[in-house]
Design a protein around this ligand. Sequence first.
Ligand SMILES: [Zn+2]
Length: 325
Amino acid sequence: MKRYQWLANAIVILLAASPVLAQKGTDGGGHADAKAGIAQQAPPISWNTKMPWGPMEAAVRTRWAGLPLTAEKVEPFKVFDNVYYVGVQVVGAYIITTSEGLILIDATYAETADTVLEGIRKLGFDPASIKYLIITHQHFDHFGGAGRIQRVTHARVGMSAVDWEGVERQQSGPQVGDQNLGLPLERDLIIKDGDTIKLGDTTLKFYVTPGHTPGSLAVEIPARAGGKTYRALSPCVGINPSPDLTKPYINSIERLKNMGPWDTLLPNHAFLMPRDSAIAPSDFIFQDLKPVKESYPGVIGPERINQWFDEILMVAKEKLASEEK
Ligand SMILES: [Zn+2]
């Protein structure tokens, strides 16, 4: 693992994705051209090396090996009684089951939209019963597959207004690197801060939390297990290299922390978790495509989650201090 350390730091920066990288003509979305992007990057920035989740070198193995994105496929699995993981290795996606259909959080890449749909079918669900597709933010690894999934399922697609603009700008602009932005999305549901979506017996709450992107959405999900309902948060926590987003990021993370207590996290990238929790690189990304766990002992608890928020805030504040010098 050691020899990849330097690269891992760079990758975390890439994964955070940013207009800064796009302006430099590299990989604005973060993933599509990791190898080429890294070669053009400045040396790793120290504040990223202290991220609580640390390196995630294995996450790009498939790309280094020149394999297609579909090689990131993992077996779908149950996370809670009403929450299922249907994402790929690097990018998360979740199905929330309700009494009146399904809600899908994030679409993953354009290339893996069908992988997600296949996973949903494998779990025994019909993609046609997806009523809502929520895109957490305007990065192609989350929205790229949305156009395809929208056409197959006829789900309503929701995003924050500012990230809708971002998607539209990207899809109507020139291609950046080899990013596949997927089938064009038409603006549908605009999700505002504090909005809720109720489907049958389930209500999701949304918070617009600028930082990872200008309009990142955090989703509050009632996660059920063993007759109990837990407060689950799906946040966007990757630090964006852009200095313009540092203060908004800190404000958003502080806000999410103050909205606690949170019982558990449903990360939109598996590596963006406290290192010692169940969906962590050691269990998940480093699994070399072995089937992932059947169940998820995922109630981390507010204490660990607050500690995690504090670790993130510490890093973000170091970044801010370095920018203000
Ligand atoms: Zn992102």
